[in-house]
Structure formats: C-alpha cells, structure tokens
Design a protein around this ligand. Sequence first.
Ligand code: UDP
Length: 236
Amino acid sequence: MKYKRILLKLSGEALAGDKGSGIDTPRLMQYSEEIKKVVEAGVQVAIVIGGGNIFRGAQGEASGIDRVQGDYMGMLATVINGMAIQSALEKMGLFTRLMSGIKMEQVCEPFIRRRAVRHLEKGRVVIFGAGIGNPYFTTDSTASLRAIEIEADVVLKGTRVDGVYTADPEKDATATRYSTISFEDVYSMGLNVMDMTAFTLCKENGLPIIVFDMNKPGNLYKLASGEEVGTLITMR
Ligand code: UDP
C-alpha cells in the first residue's frame, strides 16, 4: 500500500445519498465496505465526517438561529453521523473509536492526539466528531488540522465530483479534470477544493490532498494502493 495512514474526509451530504438529508443506510454500508477493504490491507484510517445532511451553521442563520449556536448544532450533527459510521463499521467487524472535539463522555472519547495515534497504531478506525470544537470552522478545516496532528500521509477528500476541474463540471460541459495540480495553481486560479482555512493549513504543512469520487466502488482502495484516481494537490 502506498499510504500508511490516511485521513478520509466525507461530507455529511454524501451520507444522505439520494435522499438529500438524513442518513441513507445503503450509502452508509457502501462506504463502510470501502473503508473495510483498506483497513484489511493494513492502512491506518482516520475519518472526519461533515454534518451538512443534518445541520449547517450558515443555514441556521437564515432561519434566525444565532451563528455560533448554529455552528454548535452543526458540530453535534457530525457526532450523529460519526456514531452512524462507527456502528456500521463495527457491524462489519472493524474496531473503531469515535473521538469528539466537544466533550461528551457518555457518547464518545474526547479528542486527545496521542490517544488517537495509539488507536490508529492498533488498527482501530478513528472517527473525529464535533469538528475542531470551535464555531466558524468547517469539517474540511477539521480534516486538515487532524491530519496534520496525527501525521497522516494524505487527506482524501471524497466528493460527488471525481477531482478538481478547470471549471465546475456540473455547470460547464467543457471543463476538464486535473490529474495533479499544485497548491499555488489552485490558489492563483481560484479553484474550489476546500475552504481557504482548510486549504492553507494543508499548503503550509506540505500535506497533500486528493479529491476523488467516493461513490465509485473501489476508488478508495485504488487510491490507498497508489493508483492515480481523482486529482492530487501537492507542493509542486
Ligand atoms: N462546524 C463548526 N466547527 C467545526 C466543524 C463544523 O462550527 O470545527 C459546524 C459548521 O456550522 C458547519 C457544520 O458544523 O456548517 C457542519 O459541518 P460542514 O458544513 O463542514 O459539513 P459538510 O459540508 O462536510 O457536510
């Protein structure tokens, strides 16, 4: 396997499948199968899951919920998703730990970096819930920060789109996909990979990002074994 330790970022929306919101069981099972394959191949897997299928801070603002309050609601949503993934992975016989950026002892462990690394070394899948525990951040920033903290080899950002394109492929039919692109070029061309906070963290710490289509069966395994899938963003 090319990568020893990966951080997989999944959006909350992806978990909703075609339903648009909530958690879609077949999708949850599909993702868990994909994750199981790489764990069984000896890759250490950490997961950051979004909360967009349940609640987003910005969405609350529009309906009169205070921004900070809404952000905390969004963070709690990621814990719900994390619990769902944890349960699905355990059903498949994997060992897991859910670690939260906000203390909730009855539900999961608090995030402690050294413990997270130890879990990974023991082959447990570690799920980071509740974002980084602070409002005004996103789960993409959480993915970048946690990946750096646990010294992951790469951030794998699973999306609906299979990489970074010259323009939005859902709007522009002439858009083409990059197989590799530098952080610098993503910046200068204003391409949308992650929010700037998340992106800058990876750039400044030389942590590569791969954007890929998580819905295509086998993609995660291919990536982990070193096959070219999606778009790789690196220093040069
Ligand atoms: N959030 C936050 N701090 C964090 C992570 C998340 O405040 O460190 C909140 C924020 O309101 C965000 C919501 O949690 O909108 C859900 O996360 P996100 O939108 O990143 O989920 P995704 O788009 O990946 O489903």
